[in-house]
Ligand binder design. Sequence first.
Ligand SMILES: Cc1cc2nc3c(=O)[nH]c(=O)nc-3n(C[C@H](O)[C@H](O)[C@H](O)COP(=O)(O)O)c2cc1C
Length: 383
Amino acid sequence: MNGNRFGRLFQVTTYGESHGDAMGVTVSGCPAGLELDEDDVQAELDRRKPGQSMITTSRGEPDAVSINSGVQDGYTTGTPIGMVIENKDARSGKYEPYVTAPRPSHGDFTYSAKFGTRNWGGGGRSSARETVNWVAAGAIAKKVLETRDVRVKAHVNQIGDIEAPEVSFEQMLENTEENPVRCADPDTAEEMRELIDEYQEQGDSIGGSIYFEAQGVPRGLGAPRFDAFPSRLGQAMMSIPATTAFEFGLGREAREWTGKDRNEDWEFSSDGDPVPEGNKHGGLQGGITTGEPIYGEITWHAPTSIPKKQKTVDWETGEEKEIQVVGRHDPVLPPRAVPVVEAMLNLTILDFMLLGGRINPDRLDDQPGEYDTDYHPSSPQNK
Ligand SMILES: Cc1cc2nc3c(=O)[nH]c(=O)nc-3n(C[C@H](O)[C@H](O)[C@H](O)COP(=O)(O)O)c2cc1C
């Protein structure tokens, strides 16, 4: 099974199944000289891990990461960074009833029909448990980008029919992590929470969306056609399980706008640089970054594992069956997906910055193209 690698210069390769021994990720292409320890990665994993509140699954995973290679004396050495996150609370037995009787709207049947077999415990490789690897890799990308003043943030802007008002980037930074829904508007967060509780009490679940924004991304990233920035970003976001839409700029609203209203005239900035007069294009024109903030939205369908009775068929016995997916599941996805979206955004931006020569792929402390004979802080010669 291919399709386990993301990124061209900042390469993330993952493995693991939901109820297997461990999840793991190798990050290849991280420049040497980045100060990094397990706490940096753990801080991001703690934001994604299950059991954070009543509106997340109660699966008891500490999601403790260990870094096994690529870091010496607290700095990256430029070699592949290996990270392992053990699965501590796997209970695959619960999934036995679904081995040949697929749960509605999961990947059970498509995986089995394609490969003739599948790891069936908790959704195996199709499980969103895989996103723990992405968040671990994204934590490293985030640290590299911080050295270039690139910042990303996401927050939950809609659950069901409850929509948050527009919020500033600063409000997102300040408020998002202050409530379990991860909505940067505290009043809307309360309303969303009530709605989620209602559906959870009914044994149902609900969909929603996330708004994301990236600031400080330099102009000129992305190349025409298949390497367009939005096409790579769209791939990153649509790889997150249960996503149904990726939008940037005006997104779906664009269908209602006239050309005259949407167009942004060119003007000169104070530096004499041509700049568009607004940012309805979401920081992306012709597939290339403009230097303005990149923003957009991602939509999730409601989680499919709900404790209501549902119909299925057993392809081995030929019987029709009724099943009830009981146990530990998220009643809504965007609150847990916020760190995943941020990770995919960081990974996409960093990969483009390395490709565009904005960061030296060998050494973080050098400018691209320079050759510096100073030893790296982690080299024994420098002690
Ligand atoms: C962070 C995260 C957590 C998820 N947790 C659950 C869950 O507890 N229960 C569930 O039914 N789906 C959950 N999902 C979604 C499933 O993984 C997804 O619906 C399933 O693998 C089928 O893939 P598809 O919806 O993309 O077709 C989660 C998704 C994300 C991003």
